[in-house]
Design a protein around this ligand. Structure first.
Ligand code: GP9
Ligand code: MN
Length: 630
């Protein structure tokens, strides 16, 4: 009799607390849900109308994931379950804030290799870039925190009971079953075969939380669960791939044999600035002039991924694609490569990599040794006598070029790989720079145009200096941009500047960088519109300098019949059509009409096979164990 009374008493006091607890969990989960949705829309991975089929599946999947994570939280907590829910909310919030900022600059989610390559000291140098990415609306990430803390304090005052096993199992099961059911509805509506190449596609369809789980799953599978040994089958894949590569053509073969090679990789210079006039002034008068005396490739795409600038360096110097996750400069710095500096070293060249910044950034110190550069002329070598752009603390491009030219040893032919820096995001350091941008003054785009104008001036002075010293005509000069400057969330400003109506196709077509090749005797002043990308630099240079680059994945842009560029996210651009992997559609490149995918599927898969081959080479260090049969 006594025992029943106690039990009854307990129940009556427990019920209101239970109600409060459940309300608290609901608050934790629903505010997280809003934050997840905010991520999806602020990144523009998902767009209006809010209730489109794609968005509904993303939302359903996100809620499913949150319930599953809540189930896990419940599984490991008992008396401190409310604290556990708070911690869950807090940790996911931190992840989403980091994701949002990372996305705004790098257009991707944070993945294990990306996080593994963070170096806090070096991160400090990009502080300004990071801070500039926050928006007022991001406050949404912390709005719930005071309420959650207050709720926790209130609940702490009540006596929270332990939950017995039976009840706990029941609760965990409810979370899991509800979560999994919701998630499955969305998952089975998604083309999961496209996941491998594109975390953004996963995010857009199934939400950012699942994108993290998926990318971590793939990372663990590829790095810990699958063998790193190069199998017979892998070798067959490589042999077949290289066997069907088209033989090299002969136009301009060897025209610059034995000459110097200077490659200038321009920071964040996109193609749209070329020949652009703002308020009656050319943004890039020097590049435009250079183009008039060079070959100009106007359908040339950047192909970088998680390694940003360093990926462009890899593409140019090895003609391999970037790693599918993280930066190859960090992940595969000990691999064997058939690189441009190695080939030129063998031909008696002196090879320099030149970049006036902290040598360790992007693990360049290690990677440049691996790529075989004789010397890395880094930030420590340059006298810090002039600053411009970026965070105000980086050596100006003007000084970089001025000092670099003194370094060239002109007694032997040399290869100088030069990476500029001043026109680095966020461009706000150029706010007061003397290039009037009219209605774009004080905007992101306006500042970028100023930065581009400055970078152009420095390059122009450098070219004149080369000319004066009699070096220009003895040198094969290659100039290209490394990657975009305008993130997708600012597409509107860019479209306004260029007077273009936004569409996914137009956006993809804007992801071009200029590529200029100058050498006396080339069809100078001509424009080559064959579609290509950074991966084609090495084979094109090889042809002009008269050496072979048999391991290059790219093509010689001067001797190809087939124009195409494969982007790391699985988008394929050809002279005729564009397959946008994010949305899974094929468009006519000039009319923008949607084409029937089934007619292009086979060809697209063949192009995408290049990514598979490249991943195999990087991830299994294939060039260490396999040589191409002559
Ligand atoms: C740093 C510079 C910047 O050395 O190359 O790299 P990014 O942020 O453009 O990848
Ligand atoms: Mn860069």
């Amino acid at each position: 009799m006594e025992a029943t009374t106690v039990l009854r008493e307990k129940r009556t006091t427990a019920v209101p607390i239970w109600g409060l607890e459940k309300a608290y969990w609901l608050l934790c989960i629903s505010s997280l849900m809003i934050k997840c949705f905010y991520y999806q829309f602020t990144t523009q991975l998902n767009v209006r109308p809010f209730l489109s089929a794609v968005n509904i599946y993303m939302m359903v999947s996100t809620i499913g994931m949150l319930l599953i994570i809540s189930g896990i939280t419940m599984l490991f907590a008992n008396k401190r379950r409310n604290e556990a829910f708070f911690v869950m909310n807090f940790l996911i919030t931190v992840l989403l804030v980091a994701d949002t900022n990372f996305f705004r600059y790098y257009y991707g989610i944070l993945t294990i290799p990306v996080v593994a390559q963070f170096d806090l000291e070096l991160l400090g140098t990009v502080n300004d870039s990071i801070m500039s990415l926050f928006k007022v609306n991001d406050l949404i990430f912390i709005l719930d925190l005071p309420m959650l803390v207050a709720g926790l304090v209130m609940l702490k005052k009540k006596s929270i009971e332990r939950i017995d096993l039976k009840r706990k199992v029941k609760m965990v099961l409810v979370f899991f079953i509800a979560g999994l059911s919701l998630f499955s509805v969305a998952y089975f509506k998604t083309d999961v075969n496209r996941f491998v190449y594109n975390n953004n596609y996963v995010s857009k369809r199934l939400g950012v939380l699942y994108a993290h789980i998926n990318s971590s799953r793939l990372y663990i599978r590829d790095n810990y669960l699958s063998s790193k040994a190069l199998t017979k089958k892998d070798k067959m894949i490589l042999e077949n791939f290289y066997a069907q590569k088209s033989p090299s053509g002969s136009e301009f073969h060897g025209i610059a044999r034995g000459k110097n090679l200077i490659v200038v990789q321009l920071e964040a210079i996109q193609q749209f600035v070329i020949n652009l006039e703002v308020e009656g002034r050319e943004v890039t008068p020097n590049l435009n002039r250079l183009i008039s005396e060079s070959l100009y490739f106007d359908n040339f795409y950047y192909q970088i991924a998680g390694g940003n600038t360093s990926d462009a360096e890899l593409l140019c110097n090895t003609s391999l694609y970037p790693a599918r996750e993280g930066a190859a400069f960090y992940r595969f710095a000990q691999n064997t490569y058939h690189s441009l500096p190695k080939i030129l070293n063998q031909l008696g060249y002196k090879t320099y990599a030149m970049h006036a910044f902290t040598a360790e950034f992007w693990n360049r110190t290690e990677m440049y040794k691996t790529l075989g550069f004789d010397e890395f002329v880094d930030g420590d070598w340059y006298v810090a006598d002039d600053f411009a752009g970026w965070n105000g603390e980086a050596l100006s491009d003007a000084s970089f070029f001025r000092q670099s030219i003194e370094k060239f040893d002109t007694d032997t032919p040399f290869y100088a790989f030069m990476i500029t820096l001043s026109s680095h995001h966020p461009f706000s350091a150029f706010e007061d720079y003397d290039f009037y941008t009219g209605e774009f003054e004080d905007t992101y785009i306006g500042n970028y145009l100023k930065a581009a104008n400055y970078a152009d001036k420095c390059l122009g002075d450098f070219i004149e200096d080369l000319r004066k010293r009699g070096l220009l005509d003895n040198t094969l000069l290659v100039v290209y941009g490394d990657h975009s400057a305008v993130p997708k969330y600012l597409a509107g400003q860019l479209m306004d500047l260029l007077n273009i109506r936004y569409s996914e196709l137009e956006w993809v077509k804007l992801q071009k960088v200029p590529c200029i090749i100058r050498y006396p005797g080339l069809k100078n002043g001509e424009k080559i519109s064959t579609t290509g990308g950074e991966i084609d630099l090495l084979p094109t240079i090889a042809n002009l300098m008269g050496f072979e680059a048999p391991y290059a994945l790219g093509k010689d842009l001067l001797n190809t019949r087939e124009g195409y560029a494969v982007l790391r996210n699985g988008t394929v651009i050809t002279d005729d059509y564009v397959f946008i992997n994010d949305i899974g559609e094929v468009f006519d490149v000039s009319t923008g009409m949607v084409l029937n995918k089934k007619y292009y599927q086979k060809e697209i898969s063949q192009y995408l096979n290049q990514l598979v081959v490249s991943d195999l080479i990087l991830e299994k260090n294939a060039f260490k164990y396999w040589v191409l049969a002559k």
